[in-house]
Design a protein around this ligand. Structure first.
Ligand code: PLP
Length: 393
């Protein structure tokens, strides 16, 4: 029997990082040596005091279902953390814990967006934004980010994209894949425009702790925005906990109730012992975050220097996250083809910019969540492989 699937599946996209990783693993299984610069996860270990809190919680019996929105103590820890880091009062009723911050995005789209509503999101941008918006039947309205504007949102273009049908505006700062940040003035201007509409903002701040210049400023901190902002954040990047699957959101309590209902209809709850680990992470010592960011800073300088020393490659210094978004438009090749060749012939895995939308044409994304030694080796391989390619004239 030929399998037939529901139509909605046609609208669902994917994350190329996982596909490239699978391809790279396949080559490794054949004995090839690959330098991994594709996947977006810190290569550091979860800090020991967090792991110990989880082990303790397992022994203490946190092995059962918890309330759908999370353990009261974990919701309180999230509220305190967001109050502290965003400088605003947040109550536990505004907080929800979910198995990975991605769920906040899906649940926000399911709770707020009707078919035909417009959803704005950055392009290039995290591919799941457009995927999930398409899945719920939204009209996709990409906000183009351009290198000449430092990959920030052009405010005039942004205002022109807002319409009475705009239901959700997705922001991401620090930004994947561009490494750009929204300055406080950008955020305030965006908020001012949004406040004139009926739109909600989903602010993906998963990289908020990994910023090298300036201080992170959340749209949640702008007066009037708490009632219509969904903060999406989590443990994955700041505490090197990608595999633990724990994220959180802060939003108006009626929306928390909708998300809790979606949790009841899907995962039931995030695992209790991971929530106990989250309490240790959010309330405990933060020096491991600073140490990780310092190492990322050194790698950032290394990779950008190496990329800019590569003939035909140009790369701006990212201000946050751990990605270098390199301009390779000088090469006479489609970036998908270029990245496949880099992997298959050069032994270095990276992502084509087009995996992040049309705006990524002419770019390759290199994750620098790998050791300085591996980055040096990877860049050496990139240089050798690209030397075989024609530059466009
Ligand atoms: C911009 C962005 N948002 C969200 C996520 C997902 O994070 P989580 O592990 O909390 O689901 C990622 C992971 O790569 C990301 O890059």
């Amino acid at each position: 029997m030929k399998a037939e699937f529901a139509e909605r599946m046609n609208a669902l996209g994917t994350e190329t990082a996982f596909e490239v990783l699978a391809h790279a693993r396949q080559l490794e299984a054949q004995g090839r040596d690959i330098v991994h610069l594709e996947i977006g996860e810190p290569d550091f270990s979860t800090p020991a005091h967090i792991t110990e809190a989880a082990i303790r919680a397992l022994h203490d019996g946190y092995t059962h279902y918890t309330p759908a929105a999370g353990l009261p103590e974990a919701r309180a820890a999230v509220a305190e953390y967001v109050s502290r880091t965003r400088g605003i009062p947040v109550t536990p009723e505004q907080a929800i814990l979910v198995p990975g911050s991605k769920n906040i995005l899906l649940f926000a789209a399911l709770s707020l967006v009707n078919p035909g509503d417009e959803v704005l999101y950055p392009d290039p941008g995290y591919p799941i934004y457009g995927s999930v918006a398409g899945f719920v039947g939204a009209r996709l309205r990409p906000i183009r980010l351009r290198e000449e504007n430092d990959f920030r949102i052009d405010l005039d273009e942004f205002r022109a994209l807002l319409t009475p049908r705009t239901r959700l505006v997705i922001l991401n700062s620090p930004h994947n894949p561009c490494g750009s940040i929204l300055e406080r003035a950008d955020v305030e201007a965006i908020a001012e425009a949004v406040l004139k509409t009926n739109a909600y903002v989903l602010s993906d701040e998963i990289y908020s702790r990994i910023q090298y210049e300036g201080t992170h400023f959340s749209i949640l901190s702008v007066p009037g925005m708490q009632e219509r902002t969904i903060l999406m954040d989590g443990l994955s990047k700041a505490y090197a906990m990608t595999g633990w699957r724990l994220g959180f959101g802060v939003m108006p309590p009626p929306l928390v109730e909708k998300m809790a209902k979606l949790m009841i209809n899907s995962s039931s709850c995030a695992a209790g012992f991971t929530q106990m680990a989250a309490i240790a992470a959010l309330r405990g010592p933060q020096n491991s975050v600073n140490e990780m960011v310092n190492e990322f800073r050194a790698r950032r300088e290394l990779i950008v220097r190496e990329l800019n020393q590569t003939h035909g490659v140009n790369c701006r210094m990212p201000k946050g996250a751990f990605y270098a978004f390199a301009n390779v438009s000088a090469f006479d090749a489609d970036v998908k083809l270029l990245s496949t060749r880099l992997l298959e012939e050069g032994g270095v895995a990276c992502l084509p910019g087009t995996a992040f939308g049309e705006g990524g044409r002419g770019y390759l994304r290199f994750s620098y969540a790998n050791s300085q030694e591996k980055i040096r080796e990877g860049m050496h391989r990139v240089r050798e492989a690209l030397a075989l390619h024609e530059l466009a004239v």
